[in-house]
Design a protein around this ligand. Sequence first.
Ligand SMILES: Cc1cc2nc3c(=O)[nH]c(=O)nc-3n(C[C@H](O)[C@H](O)[C@H](O)COP(=O)(O)OP(=O)(O)OC[C@H]3O[C@@H](n4cnc5c(N)ncnc54)[C@H](O)[C@@H]3O)c2cc1C
Length: 344
Amino acid sequence: MKQSRNVSLQRFNTFGVPATASRVAQLSRVEDLARCTFMPGRDLVLGGGSNLLLTGDIEGTVFLNRMAGMRLLEDSHEGALVECASGELWHSMVLWSLAHGLCGLENLSLIPGLVGAAPIQNIGAYGVELSDVLVSVRCWDWLAGKPVEFTAEDCRLGYRTSRFKTDDANRFLVTSIRMNLARRFQPRLEYAGIEEQLGAMGVSEVTADLVSRAVIALRKRKLPDPALVGNAGSFFKNPAVTADLADTLKADFPTLPAYPAGDGRYKLSAAWMIDHCGWKGHRAGDAGVSDQHALVLVNHGTASGRELLELARRVAASVQDRFGVALEPEPVIVGAPWQESPDS
Ligand SMILES: Cc1cc2nc3c(=O)[nH]c(=O)nc-3n(C[C@H](O)[C@H](O)[C@H](O)COP(=O)(O)OP(=O)(O)OC[C@H]3O[C@@H](n4cnc5c(N)ncnc54)[C@H](O)[C@@H]3O)c2cc1C
């Protein structure tokens, strides 16, 4: 296991904020884990760094995940059981599955980050979530010091959440995942923009490959590229509210998008509310709200994690004041609570 001391994490997080790790250990084999200890709050597991905000230095060890390997465990005319190690790039795995004639991941093309983080927040895009194909997740249990396997149901996956992000945050390191992928293509084109994009590409017969290409084109057009301007994709989740509150808000703000979210609740567009509060394109020093997409916070250059967190809290407070709705961050905030305590 390769280890280094006093490592800058700036190029290891897509916000590009400065932070230093006292120690970095590169994990390339599950067996390495038996020799490691992990203390929540001190140490950190890092994938592609595309869904976290570092608000300070890491006093302990950052475990950089480099575990590699993808394989077909079972294969038939109907589909395949695929296993992928957690250190593989998610998008490379999507392309690998398509190259093997397997369908189900095309709508999840070009999501940044590594495979191991996918179950942490049940990644989703364009009407599809990991939970649609996930079979099981293998982990290392830091507390018990041994491997453990969870079925997809055990993972308690929800909208951008799972047991790994809530009750069991920092207890498990995901080492691999298994997914069931189909040979027969079942298009999921209902989500905004896919059909139009396929039309613009002159597609007459839709295939999984072409949907993947359409999603890639849409994402490149709609989201700021972290290689050009630091960001972690959507910073806020779309909040789910009671039907009563959704009705009241729709009466006051008829153009506010609201969709049924199950359990009689409605999911509201966080982007619409943030835009309506005038934040799109706002800048406080180098911390800003993207002028391309109101849900995306951006680092224009030298913003710190603390400055971005401060801006995010101000955005959320104004949405709370105006609409009475609490926004929650989608990325994991490392080193600070989301809500400031009254005496801090
Ligand atoms: C431009 C852009 C667009 C995005 N679009 C989407 C989108 O459409 N849909 C979506 O869902 N997300 C999206 N994201 C967010 C992000 O890409 C995903 O959440 C991705 O799965 C994060 O992977 P990562 O490896 O970068 O995780 P990291 O940021 O490295 O880690 C995120 C969290 O998971 C933990 N973690 C990482 N790996 C492991 C592991 N192996 N075991 C245990 N814990 C682990 C970390 O400790 C941290 O708490 C986007 C981000 C960007 C920058």
